[in-house]
Design a protein around this ligand. Structure first.
Ligand SMILES: *Cc1c(COP(=O)(O)O)cnc(C)c1O
Length: 372
C-alpha cells in the first residue's frame, strides 16, 4: 500500500462500540481488570498503555515501517527515554549540527548517567569511523539537521554504526515520513518531535521513537516511559493522529513553497548562503535526492554583515512571525543563535525559516522586503 493511503488509514479502524469513523478519545486513567489483575480489555493503567495512544502508535509503526512505535510527552522525552536505555559507560556519537536541547542533554545529563557524548561531522564519512570508540553504543543524527540543514548519508552511516556494533538513531523531525523513511535505509530507530509537522498546527506537543525491530532497546524504552512517566496525554495522541491524516498533502505544499523561497533568496545581494537541500548548490543535494522523496519545508540562510544585519532582517518581516518551533501552517522566522542561548554553536548571521502553507509569492515578497 502507498504511504499516502497508510497515512490516512493506519490506526483508523471504526470504533467497535459505536461505529464512529473519527476515533474516540479515551480519557480514562484506569481499565477494568479481573480480581487477579488480568486486563479484561487489553489495558490496565493510562501510564502503561491506552486505546488512543495505541491507535497513534499503530499508525506510526505502519508509516515508518517499524515493528513497534512508542509515543512520549514531547520530542525531548523521546530522546531522553532512548538515552536512558543505554548502559552506564556508553559513548554516544553525534553529528555536530543538532537540535539544541539534544545537545544540552548530552552535556548536562549523559555524564550523570555515566555516559558521554562527542560530536563529529557526519557529512564526512571518514571522520565518522575514526570517532567511534570501543564503548560507542549509538550514532545519533538529524538529516536535514537543525538548523544548518546538513544532509547525512543515512545508509552509509548505518553501515559504519552496525560494523561497530552500535545502533543508528535518526531524528527525522525535519523530513517527516513523507519525505524520508530512515528505517528502510538501515537506521535502527527513527525519532520524531511530533510537535512539529506531524501535529502540524502549532497546537500539540509529542514525541515518538519507532524501532525497526522489537529489540531489547525498544522494550527498555517502553519501561523507561512507564517508570519515569513521560507519557503523552490521550487528547494529544488524538490531535497528532488527526494531523497525520493530512501530512502527505501538507508536506507537498510545504516543500513546494520552501523550494520557491529558497530559489528566490539564492543570489540575493544581502544573502551569503541559502541552506536548502533542494538547491543544486547544496553540498548534500545529491544524497538528499537519493534518500528523500522531496526536500521538506525547512530552510536556513546566512545574512551578509553578521549578527546585526540578521537581526535587522528578522525585525522587518510583516507576514512571517518571529517565533520558535516549526511545521505548522504559518510561516515562522527565527534568529537561531538568540534562541539557542550562550551554548549555541550556530553562526551569528543564520536565520531559520519554517515555510508554511501560505502563497509562496506572499512569503517571498515579505522576505525580500525584510532583507532590504
Ligand atoms: C523540536 C525538536 C526536538 C524536540 O522536540 P520537542 O517536542 O520540542 O520536545 C528534537 N529534534 C528536533 C530536530 C526538533 O526540531
Amino acid at each position: 500500500m502507498k504511504l499516502d493511503t497508510i497515512l490516512v488509514h493506519a490506526g483508523g479502524e471504526p470504533d467497535p462500540a459505536t461505529g464512529a469513523i473519527a476515533p474516540p478519545i479515551h480519557l480514562s486513567t484506569t481499565y477494568e481488570h479481573t480480581p487477579e489483575g488480568e486486563a479484561t480489555h487489553g489495558h490496565i493503567y493510562i501510564r502503561e498503555t491506552n486505546p488512543t495512544q495505541e491507535r497513534l502508535e499503530t499508525a506510526l509503526a505502519a508509516v515508518e515501517g517499524g515493528e513497534i512505535a512508542l509515543v512520549f510527552a514531547s520530542g525531548m522525552a523521546a530522546v531522553a527515554a532512548y538515552m536512558q536505555t543505554l548502559p552506564s559507560g556508553s559513548h554516544v556519537l553525534r553529528h555536530t549540527d543538532i537540535y539544541t536541547h539534544t545537545r544540552v542533554l548530552g552535556q548536562d545529563f549523559l555524564p550523570k548517567w555515566g555516559c558521554e557524548a562527542t560530536h563529529v561531522d557526519m557529512t564526512n564519512l571518514d571522520t565518522v569511523g575514526n570517532a567511534i570508540r570501543p564503548n560507542t553504543k549509538v550514532l545519533w543524527m538529524e538529516s536535514p539537521s537543525n538548523p544548518g540543514m546538513d544532509i547525512i548519508d543515512i545508509q552509509a552511516v548505518a553501515k559504519i554504526a552496525h560494523e561497530a556494533g552500535a545502533q543508528l538513531v535518526v531524528d527525522s523531525t525535519f523530513a517527516t515520513p513523507v519525505m524520508q523513511r530512515p528505517l528502510q535505509l538501515g537506521a535502527n530507530v527513527v525519532m520524531h518531535s511530533m510537535t512539529k509537522y506531524l501535529g502540524g498546527h502549532s497546537d500539540v506537543q509529542g514525541g515518538a521513537l519507532i524501532f525497526r525491530e522489537k529489540d531489547e532497546r525498544a522494550a527498555q524504552a517502553g519501561e523507561v516511559r512507564t517508570v519515569i512517566g513521560g507519557v503523552l496525554s490521550p487528547f494529544n495522541a488524538w490531535l497528532i493522529l488527526r494531523g497525520l491524516r493530512s501530512l502527505a498533502c501538507r508536506m507537498e505544499r510545504h516543500a513546494a513553497n520552501a523550494l520557491a523561497v529558497a530559489k528566490a533568496l539564492e543570489g540575493h545581494p544581502n544573502i551569503e548562503a541559502v541552506h536548502y537541500p533542494g538547491l543544486p548548490s547544496h553540498p548534500g543535494h545529491e544524497i538528499a535526492t537519493r534518500q528523500m522523496d522531496g526536500y521538506g519545508g525547512m530552510l536556513s540562510f546566512r545574512v551578509k554583515g553578521g549578527r546585526e544585519e540578521a537581526l535587522k532582517a528578522a525585525s522587518r518581516v510583516k507576514l512571517f512571525f518571529n517565533a520558535t518551533s516549526l511545521g505548522g501552517v504559518e510561516s515562522l522566522i527565527e534568529h537561531r543563535q538568540s534562541i539557542e542561548g550562550p551554548t549555541s554553536v550556530t553562526p551569528a548571521n543564520l536565520i531559520r525559516v519554517t515555510v508554511g502553507l501560505e502563497a509562496a509569492e506572499d512569503l517571498i515578497e515579505d522576505l525580500v522586503q525584510a532583507l532590504g
